[in-house]
Design a protein around this ligand. Structure first.
Ligand SMILES: [Zn+2]
Ligand SMILES: [Zn+2]
Length: 337
């Protein structure tokens, strides 16, 4: 028998087998003891209790797109959504969710190769302590706030503009801010702020403190409705949620991403019942009409879609389903090519 054969000669097998069994038993016992020791050692390690970094990256043609999480906020959607009695509670239950509903606040960084473009700026300090993480995520994703050249604002609600300024200073020192003129005329108007009901005044103040440092520095450029902002990036008017709510269509090498801002808020309710509106909508009927029109186009042309308040990273595709829509979220991409 070859010396390298791992099995003993047949004549020695019974004794060797017994010996092997004994050895195996001893090893098993030892292993058990070792396992229980190591288990107790693991149990002593404190639980870490932090979440994964809040950025996610993919390519749209030659543009690198990074989703950024500003955090999440608990929204009382049962009070905010305008829906038939019982619908919201039933839909949430069917989706294993509850109210107040944990709601993502997403923003996006687009590196076109020539410009670094931020779409929306998170809430900063305007919407509570669970938000305002945008700058930390920009850094974690490999960029610095001062590298941002342009900021495209979908609309001037505090969870989209609050991160523009801190303590009256521009957070993005080298950036120019772009937004639909109709939104600027509405939210930056002192006369409208004065006339607004008490519960809305904070929205006007939030827009003003966030935009004013850029206005004063000559770094605010409003646009009118549909406009090309940068090569490959167009603004599209989608008014209703606010007076000047804008979408951004991003195209490179035949691929298209459309950032739809607050065209929709609560996936588990409004996808199946798109007629349901939310109290944040300035003009609720117009918001529902705009949503129907834009979603029909997006489902038809198969564009990748970015939604501000869908679960992070808020990227996916829309497909027609009955009277509403189905959301098909992107897969994890381990390789950004
Ligand atoms: Zn909004
Ligand atoms: Zn929002």
């Amino acid at each position: 028998m070859n010396a390298s054969t791992p099995f003993p000669a047949p004549s020695r097998r019974p004794q060797v087998l017994l010996g092997r069994l004994a050895l195996a038993a001893a090893l098993a016992l030892g292993g058990l003891a070792a396992a229980s020791l190591s288990e107790s050692a693991h149990a002593a390690a404190p639980q870490v209790k932090t979440q994964a970094p809040g950025w996610y990256r993919l390519m749209v043609g030659g543009f690198e797109v990074t989703s950024l999480s500003d955090g999440t906020v608990a929204l009382p959607v049962d009070q905010l959504l305008h829906a038939p009695a019982g619908l919201v509670a039933e839909d949430l239950k069917q989706h294993f969710q509850q109210t107040p509903l944990e709601t993502s606040v997403n923003a996006w960084l687009i590196n076109t190769g020539n410009r670094l473009v931020l779409v929306d700026a998170g809430a900063g300090s305007l919407f509570g302590p669970t938000l305002g993480k945008l700058v930390a995520q920009i850094r974690a994703a490999g960029y610095q706030p001062e590298q941002v050249d342009d900021i495209l604002i979908t609309h001037m609600h505090p969870d989209h503009v609050g991160g523009l300024a801190a303590d009256g200073q521009r957070v993005f020192a080298n950036a120019t801010v772009h937004a639909d003129k109709a939104d600027a005329d509405f939210w930056l108007s002192q006369a409208r702020a004065d006339a607004a009901p008490k519960e809305m005044k904070g929205f006007f103040q939030g827009a003003t403190v966030s935009l004013t440092p850029y206005v004063q520095a000559g770094r605010f450029q409003p646009f009118e409705r549909d406009s090309e902002i940068l090569p490959g990036i167009r603004a599209l008017a989608a008014h209703g949620h606010t007076a000047g709510h804008a979408l951004y269509s991003v195209e490179s090498q035949g691929q298209r991403l459309v950032l739809v801002g607050d065209l929709i808020h609560v996936a588990s309710v409004q996808l199946a019942s798109p007629e349901v509106t939310i109290g944040f909508d300035t003009d609720e009927p117009q918001a529902a009409t705009t949503r129907a029109r834009v979603f029909a186009d997006l489902a038809k042309d198969g564009s990748l879609v970015a939604v501000s308040h869908f679960s992070f990273p808020g990227l996916g595709h829309l497909r027609k389903a009955g009277k509403g829509w189905q959301w098909l979220p992107v897969d994890y991409s381990g390789q950004v090519r």
